[in-house]
Design a protein around this ligand. Sequence first.
Ligand code: IPM
Ligand code: MN
Length: 363
Amino acid sequence: MDYKIAVLPGDGIGPEVTNESVKVLNAIGDRFGHTFSYEHGAVGGNAIDDYGNALPDSTLRTAKAADAVLFGAVGGPKWDDPRAKTRPEDGLLAIRQGLDLFANLRPVQVVPQLIDASTLKPSVLEGVDFVVVRELTGGLYYGKPKKRWSNSRGRRGVDTMYYSEEFISRVLRVGFELARMRRKKLTSVDKANVLESSRLWREIAMEMGQEYPDVELEHVLVDTAAMQLVRQPSRFDVMVAENTFGDILTDEAAVLSGSMGMLPSASLAGVPEAGGRAFGLYEPIHGTAPDIAGQGIANPIASILSTAMLLRYSLGLDEAAALVEDAVSRALADGYRSGDIASPGDSIVGTTQMGDIIVSLLG
Ligand code: IPM
Ligand code: MN
């Protein structure tokens, strides 16, 4: 098969890690007889510099025409002025909305070899294997009004946590379907003791739960969920949460895996099915890491694991996806470490070396 992949590397270490993912895709193509063609697009800070727009129209068109989007990361100190009219992050928010990527899947697994890389006790990390489904195109990030103004009594700012039934239902659907494919437990995260939008969320979750008698549904308040994530993370299977709640909880969850450099994500425009195809954008959870950008030392694993998700969810190539995940596990089992996941005494490999090793383990 021929597949068209839009590659949007972005800023900082984005291009470095995305390069390694392209290498992995090419190797998968050779191995399975597929061809991948790549169309590059500018996004983020470099797009602001070159086009005056964090998401140029041409980039959105390129993304829409592709079978899937491989995304690096956006942002950096150069564009961080809080008074700036546009920010690199606007490009990410615009592409999520422009492609209707409403369900952001962030799987968290603890790799046994990396248990010491986490700041948490090994006993807490045993058996951790869950997915957070973060709602990605609504909630506090996008609700209106959203603005800053001043009046005679001083400066004001407002953001709005707004949800329609449609937006809540479609992301909860993803949560239930994923739970059904896994250990059949769904944790719906909300703040229903305080927020109206959360009370609607919980009501819809309870209604939808009737359609999934085989899935155990629980409702957990977001503050309690944050506590449980470090107290007993192995209790979770699938969690589904509002945009901001999911953003915060997944940075916290990254600590379990030892490094932000390990966690992939998929942002989907449809409900994932086994062997099915949902359009999606795939990006590491980590940012642009300006402190190490350009040095060739960033960990490409989060991007490569995102590529495995691309193969699985957008192209329906489950076997290829599993092969990539397996190659990553074997590279780690063989003792290869990038700086972020190294323990004292480990020998450290750079970005392209890690990519080469993973490619060589694809068999
Ligand atoms: C993420 C990031 C983004 C978000 C930023 C860069 C806009 O933190 O993907 O989690 O808040 O969604
Ligand atoms: Mn975040």
